[in-house]
Design a protein around this ligand. Sequence first.
Ligand code: 5GP
Length: 177
Amino acid sequence: MIQLHDKQFEIFIEQAIIENRIKELALSISKDYSGKCPIFLAILNGSFLFAAELMKSVSIECEITFLRVSSYHSTTSSGKITEVLGLKEDITGRDVIVLEDIVDTGLTMAEIKKQLLAKNPKSLEIASLFQKPEALKTPIDIRYIGFELENKFVLGYGLDYDGLGRNLPDLYVLHEK
Ligand code: 5GP
């Protein structure tokens, strides 16, 4: 059990299991994109460990770049606006694979997808290390999923709780007393 800020977390998925699964995803991607040169767009901050581990096992020619998304509440509507920041590469006509740490409601990913599709890539697929199927609020097609999780807050392996915990090599789940 570990304590971060005011909450306690317990180990949920060990590093070795996470990394084995990432290797499997990398093998599938390498097979599916054989003869192509995909560009991975890794969404910061959470996906940095997933992206690093995946890249070590992708055996085809590829490129990677890192993006940020800013989420903020518009002053004119109650909706959340997500903006994709930092994409300098031209993805027109490219095979794009977005790397995300976790898809929860799917709203962030749906917006990212919309903005990237507007740049006319040849193809666009999503790889997410974790997904919480029960939390989905919008249908979203995720081609590569590492683990499907229950609808509970997790951290570690790149994911944080209020800034802390990204460095933990295993995945932890909130301890319910
Ligand atoms: P969505 O728009 O799918 O609801 O939210 C996706 C983002 O919320 C993820 O990229 C991640 O930053 C954050 N998030 C969702 N669920 C969790 C969780 O269980 N733990 C952590 N640390 N972040 C989460």
